[in-house]
Design a protein around this ligand. Structure first.
Ligand code: ZN
Length: 199
């Protein structure tokens, strides 16, 4: 390693922490930032600081919000009898974009993966069960990713919900197997929600 740990190297090292960013890309980005107008670069760093200082999880659904309740949970026009279960907060905006669903959400904050130590207690599964028990929920749509972990999670959650006498459905596979709903197009995801099936 060279001794050239100047300020630009510090930035490169920081950018390298991001997923999918190798050293070469980090270098390119660092020099891009160096040449950016100062106000643009500062507003970018302020956005990072803001998200770390002000963003938290909605106390009902675990979506990201700056308030106690997220915008969807506090929207009175949403159908409170239906809950769509997703793995990550980012999945909500994807489902929202396809406009097939007008209910509420529940974010598990991950998917089961026993080999990685992600056991049910590490996810917001108990919170989901309590929420369903304490509210007039009629249907839970499980929209975890159509891959091994997502499928395992769906089966586990469905097993806990089944005795509660509500409809439990899983989004249909218009989605590519082994994929991530984050990358699904709106039409495919919309079809998957329309074609959901009972578990
Ligand atoms: Zn919420």
């Amino acid at each position: 390693m060279a001794e050239s740990s100047g300020i630009i190297d510090t930035l490169i090292n920081e950018l390298c922490r991001l997923p999918g960013i190798g050293r070469r890309t980090a270098q390119k980005l660092a020099y891009f930032i160096l040449n950016m107008p100062k106000d643009e670069a500062l507003s970018m760093s302020a956005a990072i600081a803001d998200v770390k200082e002000r963003a938290r999880f909605c106390k009902v659904c675990f979506n990201v919000t700056e308030l106690d309740l997220c915008a969807i949970c506090s929207d009175q026009s949403r159908d409170k009898t239906k809950i769509c279960v997703v793995e990550e907060p980012g999945n909500i905006s994807v489902v929202e974009r396809c406009r097939s669903f007008t209910g509420q959400y529940h974010v598990l904050l991950g998917a089961l993966s026993p080999v990685d130590g992600i056991t049910p207690d590490r996810l917001k599964i108990n919170e989901l069960i309590t929420r369903v028990k304490e509210n007039a929920v009629e249907e839970v749509i499980i929209a975890t990713n159509p891959n091994t972990k997502g499928e395992m999670t769906a089966q586990y959650v469905a097993g806990l919900l089944r005795p509660l006498d509500i409809m439990v459905t899983r989004i249909a596979y218009g989605l590519p197997m082994g994929g991530d709903i984050e990358f699904a197009d709106e039409v495919t995801l919309g079809k998957s929600i329309e074609g959901r099936r009972r578990l």
